[in-house]
Design a protein around this ligand. Structure first.
Ligand code: PHE
Length: 360
């Protein structure tokens, strides 16, 4: 056996014994790498006579090809074996009966937020957002609620903890979605038409109050936007939301520091047999606060009140959900009781749209 046959036998044996890709790579480097045994032999060709060079050169090339082919074949074989091993463990018994997945539902609050968003989007309102931990300035000052204003107490505010020596201005859990009015106007200026749905917080807890609840803010600023526009938008909204043709709204003069004039809005309803019906009867149910945005509010958001005007409103989303879907107790909204969620929840793929129907 000549020297090349010895080399060939050695490498083919090693390749056959290699157990993984890493050892194959080591063998490749030892034989064919830059400083590999066969590469070094190739370099010796230069010192040979032309005849020697021809035969040895050809033999070396053949050897190189053979080793290369053996490496590849072994690599494929190893990969096949690995796949076989995996398939042997990942088998599936197709005769097993199907297991039902746990089924979740969309929470009525999420559903109503989607419905409200769809209706206002149809009227040209975009969705704006703001933080739930809000600075005192956005939540109060910018909305014309001065530091001594009683509204600060009325709002039952949760204050974030601050060390006595902390120089930063105080932060609160926002008590309403109205600070998003300021943020949206600062960002976009006027004209603007946005709604801002989201969570708000007040230190309050009974059958009809939870310390965390949901509101949707509305804001429309333009050159000549009036109370009449506000009334039309809200009536249009209620017709679409409650899915009844004859809604009747009652505007009651009220007071908010951030609107002038201000109105609370009630909707006509009946409570016959404990069943709520919207649009008929002799009862009135308060559903929102609203008014013309106060010039000082426009000013603090960087919008010139001599040039722009418009309306704002704020509605309780949980309240809307209770009214529309006949849910009697607000506290159940936040108890995560699966039986309640299955009863009042909505199918995940039923996305409410104005054209396709809002509910069910
Ligand atoms: N922010 C008010 C509240 O939480 C509602 C409101 C919003 C009133 C916008 C007027 C205008 O009670």
């Amino acid at each position: 056996m000549d020297a090349l046959d010895v080399l060939k036998a050695k490498y083919l044996d090693e390749i056959a014994a290699a157990a993984d890709e890493a050892s194959l790579e080591e063998i490749r480097l030892a034989a064919l790498g830059k400083k590999g045994e066969i590469s070094l032999k190739m370099r010796e060709l230069g010192q040979m006579t032309p005849e020697e060079r021809q035969t040895t050169g050809a033999a070396l090339n053949r050897l190189k090809d053979e080793i290369d082919a053996a490496l590849r074949a072994r690599k494929t074989a190893l990969a096949d074996a690995a796949l076989d091993a995996r398939l042997a463990t990942e088998w599936l018994d197709v005769t097993l009966p199907g297991r039902p997945r746990p089924r979740g539902t969309i929470h009525p609050v999420s559903q109503v937020m989607e419905e409200v968003t769809a209706i206002f989007a149809d009227m040209g309102f975009a969705v704006a957002e703001g933080p739930q931990v809000e600075s005192d300035w956005y939540n109060f000052d910018a909305l014309n609620i001065a530091p001594e204003h009683p509204a600060r107490q009325e709002h039952d505010t949760f204050f974030m903890h601050r060390d006595a020596e902390d120089p930063r201005p105080p932060h609160v859990l926002r008590t309403h979605t109205s600070p998003v009015q300021i943020r949206a106007m600062q960002k976009q200026g006027a004209p603007i038409r946005v709604i801002a749905p989201g969570r708000v917080y007040r230190m309050d807890m009974d059958q009809t109050h939870a310390p965390m609840f949901h509101q949707v803010e509305g804001l429309a600023i333009g050159k000549d936007i009036s109370m009449a526009n506000l009334k039309w938008v809200l009536e249009e909204f209620c017709r679409a939301f409650f899915e009844v043709e004859n809604v009747e709204l009652r505007f009651r003069a009220s007071h908010f520091p951030f609107t002038e004039p201000s109105a609370e809005v009630d909707i006509r309803c009946s409570w016959e047999g404990g069943q709520l019906k919207i649009g008929e009867g002799d009862s009135w149910m308060e559903i929102l606060g609203s008014g013309m945005v106060h010039p000082k509010v426009l000013e603090s958001a960087g919008v010139d009140p001599t040039e722009w005007q418009g309306f704002a409103f704020g509605m309780g989303i949980d309240r809307l959900a209770m009214l529309k879907y006949g849910i009697p107790d607000l506290r159940a909204f936040f108890e995560s009781d699966l039986r309640w969620l299955r009863h009042y929840g909505f199918a995940a793929l039923d996305m409410p749209t104005v054209f396709g129907g809002l509910s069910r």
